[in-house]
Design a protein around this ligand. Structure first.
Ligand code: DWN
Length: 417
C-alpha cells in the first residue's frame, strides 16, 4: 500500500530533510460507509520533507494512486460555486488570449466531472478530459465531456500525439501535486503540447502553506508542495519554460504556472523567484519553525473546542474535505467534540469521516439541529459557505475558522487570512 520515498520526486537527490511529522493518518478521502466502520482502517505515517537540491517540498510516503483515486473517490469539483467561477474565468481568458476555436484542442489532466472543460465545449472548442477516478469521469461523460478514465502518463501522451491529438492548451489544476511519477508526467506534457501551445498548471503554493500554517492541506494524495523555484527545475528538465505565473487565493493559496516550449519569460516569474530567494524558500531555515507553529494551532484549537464543550455547547463541522480529515485526526477531534459534519456533496453525505468516524450529513442539518458552533473544515471557502449559511448565523450559530489561527467568527465578519 505504501513505501517510503528516499529520494526527491523531482531531482532524485537523497538530501531530504524532515520538516513535519504528522504521525499515522487515515487516507483523507477514504470516507467510510456504515459497512466499513467495524473494519480495520488503513493509517499510514505522513511526513513532510524538504529537498536541499531543488527545494521541492514533498511527503515521504507514496500510496498507490489506484488506491487513492478509485471508483469511490468522492471529490467532485462542481460543489463549489467559487471554484466554478474561478474555472470559468480561467477558460474565458485562455479562449481569448490564444484565439481558440473549432480547430483547437484543449486537454485537461485530472478533469474530474467536466466542471472546467464544459466552458470550452459551450464555445465549440474540442476538448479531451483525462481522469483516473471512475465516478467523476462518468459524471463528465454524462455532462457531454469526452473523458478518458486513465492516469496521464508519457506513454499515453505519445499514443495521443501519434494519433494526431496534440494540444493547443493543456490544463492541469491540482494534479501535479498528486503524481508519483512527476518526471514522467511533465515529460508527457512536453510530448502532448503543440510547439506554440501553453500548459496552464495550478499547484498548491508552498509559501502559503508555510506562511499561513496550512498543515491540514497535507495528506497522502498531495505528494508535493510547489514553489516557482522548485517548479522551474522540474520543467526545465524537459526543456519547458515557465513563462508566466500568478498567485491565486483558491485552495488556501495556489500558483498558476503558464508553461511553453518556447522561452518567453515575463517579469512576474523573476519577481516571484526573487521573493522566494529573499524569503529563503530554497533553504531549510525557512521551514524550521513550521512544526512548532503547527503544534501551537493544535493546542489552541483543542483548548477552544474543549472549553466550549465544558460550557455545555454543541459543536458541529462544515466540509467533509480531505484537509478536514487531516485536521481532525492530527489535532484529535472526535465525536466527543463534534456531533456531525455537513457537506454539500451528495456523494459524501451518509458516509463517515476517516479515522474519527463522525457522520457526514446534508448542510440543512445546521439549521435543523442548530449546534452552537460550527468548525469550518473547508476554511478555504469561508466566504462562500458563510454567505450560504446566513440563516444558521442569524439564528445564533457561530463559525470557528481553524487556520491560520483558531478563532470564532462574529456575525457579519468573514475573515480570510
Ligand atoms: O487537491 C485536491 C483539492 C483541490 O481538493 C483534492 N485532492 C481534494 C480536494 O481537497 P479538499 O477535499 O480539502 O477540497 P475542498 O474543495 O476544499 O473541500 C471542500 C469540501 O466542502 C468539499 O467536500 C465540498 C464541500 N463544500 C460544501 O459542502 N459547500 C464546499 C463548498 C464551497 C460549499 O459551499
Amino acid at each position: 500500500m505504501t513505501h517510503p520515498v528516499l529520494a526527491c520526486r523531482s531531482c532524485g537527490q537523497t538530501d531530504l530533510t524532515p520538516v513535519l511529522f504528522l504521525g499515522k493518518m487515515p487516507l483523507a478521502d477514504r470516507l467510510l460507509a456504515d459497512s466499513m466502520l467495524a473494519d480495520a482502517e488503513p493509517a499510514l505515517t505522513l511526513t513532510l520533507h524538504f529537498c536541499a537540491q531543488c527545494a521541492l517540498v514533498q511527503i515521504a510516503e507514496c500510496v498507490a494512486p489506484e488506491q487513492l483515486f478509485c471508483e469511490d473517490y468522492p471529490y467532485y469539483s462542481s460543489f463549489s460555486d467559487a471554484l466554478l467561477k474561478h474555472s470559468r474565468d480561467n477558460a474565458k481568458e485562455l479562449i481569448e488570449q490564444h484565439k481558440l476555436g473549432e480547430k483547437s484542442l484543449v486537454v485537461e489532466l485530472a478533469s474530474n466531472d467536466g466542471y472546467l472543460l464544459k466552458n470550452f465545449i459551450e464555445r465549440g472548442i474540442p476538448v479531451l478530459g483525462i481522469d483516473p477516478a471512475e465516478g467523476p469521469a462518468k459524471a463528465a461523460r454524462d455532462a457531454g465531456v469526452e473523458t478518458m478514465c486513465a492516469f496521464f502518463t508519457e506513454p499515453l501522451a505519445r499514443e495521443l500525439a501519434s494519433s494526431g491529438r496534440r494540444a493547443d492548451v493543456i490544463i492541469g489544476n491540482n494534479v501535479l501535486a498528486h503524481v508519483p511519477d512527476l518526471n514522467g508526467f511533465v515529460a508527457g506534457i512536453g510530448v502532448l503540447l503543440k510547439q506554440e501551445g501553453v500548459a496552464v498548471i495550478e499547484v498548491p503554493y508552498v509559501k502559503d502553506l508555510i506562511d499561513h500554517c496550512e498543515f491540514d492541506t497535507i495528506y497522502h494524495e498531495h505528494l508535493c508542495y510547489f514553489s516557482v523555484t522548485a517548479s522551474r527545475h522540474l520543467f526545465a528538465r524537459y526543456s519547458l519554460s515557465i513563462n508566466d505565473v500568478r498567485r491565486l487565493s483558491i485552495h488556501g493559496g495556489s500558483l498558476r504556472l503558464y508553461v511553453g516550449h518556447k522561452e518567453e519569460i515575463s517579469p512576474t516569474v523573476d519577481a516571484l523567484l526573487e521573493d522566494e530567494q529573499s524569503s529563503g524558500v530554497d533553504e531549510i531555515h525557512y521551514y524550521e519553525d513550521f512544526a512548532q507553529r503547527v503544534e501551537q494551532i493544535r493546542e489552541s484549537l483543542l483548548k477552544l473546542l474543549r472549553g466550549l464543550k465544558d460550557e455545555g455547547k454543541r459543536i458541529a463541522a462544515y466540509g467533509a474535505a480531505a484537509k478536514g480529515a487531516t485536521l481532525i485526526n492530527y489535532v484529535g477531534i472526535g465525536s466527543e467534540l463534534l456531533d456531525f459534519v455537513v457537506d454539500r456533496n451528495t456523494h459524501k453525505q451518509g458516509r463517515y469521516m476517516p479515522g474519527q468516524h463522525i457522520p457526514i450529513l446534508p448542510c440543512d442539518t445546521l439549521v435543523s439541529e442548530r449546534p452552537d458552533y460550527c468548525l469550518l473544515l473547508a476554511w478555504n471557502f469561508a466566504e462562500e459557505i458563510m454567505n450560504q449559511q446566513a440563516e444558521y448565523i442569524q439564528r445564533g450559530g457561530r463559525f470557528i475558522v481553524p487556520i491560520p489561527a483558531p478563532r470564532i467568527i462574529q456575525e457579519g465578519s468573514v475573515e480570510v487570512h
